[in-house]
Write a protein that binds this ligand. Structure first.
Ligand SMILES: [Zn+2]
Length: 231
């Protein structure tokens, strides 16, 4: 934990934290605003997802899940879980989020490569987040540069994961926007603008997560290289 007393750590991470904070504020304000605007077609988020799934001929289970913006698609059980606001809500925001999550189900059904790659990386990333720390700490304690670099390498996998997440998320949103307009579930310029705002704000949070992971990695790289030089 000695990194956090290093002023260089803050130099690397302050811009990333700021971007994450702004993205989070932007997504909550866009979501709050458009969850108050009723969808003219009058469907709930669950009905929107169900309609789009049937139209695409994709079998997917749709169920509510507790939490705020806890919406996700579970590829293992082909289940779309929507938060109560989106499952029951009849708002522009609910349609946008539900259609986005259904976009992931469509990616899965069409064997969209980045999604498969991302899913394959999940176990390595979960395991790696602990292992990276252990290698890094042990490396510094034992003063063993190779172990430090190994830790840096493990963290790089995590950065690659946040990078692969970007096309997956952008593509799901692009599918959602297209389908909502094609089917007429979203009508008029104001509803289209609402869907775009909610989904673009959500996309920004993934960009911020990637940037933050990248800056963290760069910080470790500078630590490791200054350690290597010293020895
Ligand atoms: Zn998504």
């Amino acid at each position: 934990m000695f990194f956090f007393y290093d002023p260089r750590y803050l130099c690397f991470m302050a811009p990333a934290f700021l971007l994450m904070l702004l993205a989070q504020m932007y997504v909550s304000s866009a979501y709050r605003r458009w969850s108050r605007v009723p969808l003219r077609s009058g469907l709930t988020g669950a009905e929107v997802a169900d309609y789009l799934a049937r139209r695409a001929g994709v079998a997917v289970r749709i169920e509510p899940v507790r939490g705020f913006l806890s919406d996700h698609y579970d590829p293992r059980t082909r289940t779309l879980r929507l938060s109560p606001d989106n499952f029951y809500g009849r708002s522009v925001a609910a349609a946008a989020v539900s259609a986005h999550e259904l976009g992931h189900a469509l990616q899965h059904a069409s064997n969209y490569k980045p999604l498969a790659l991302r899913s394959a990386m999940v176990p390595a990333v979960q395991f790696g987040s602990y292992l990276g720390w252990i290698f890094l700490m042990l490396g510094f304690v034992l003063r063993w540069a190779n172990l430090i670099w190994l830790g840096v390498g493990v963290f790089a996998i995590g950065v690659a994961f946040t990078l692969v997440t970007l096309p997956v998320e952008f593509n799901a949103s692009a599918r959602a926007k297209r389908l909502l307009q094609q089917t007429g579930l979203v009508r008029g310029q104001d509803e289209v603008r609402g869907v775009n705002q909610v989904l673009n704000a959500a996309a920004l949070t993934y960009v911020a997560a990637f940037f933050s992971a990248l800056m963290q990695l760069l910080y470790y790289v500078t630590l490791a290289s200054s350690f290597s030089r010293r020895d």
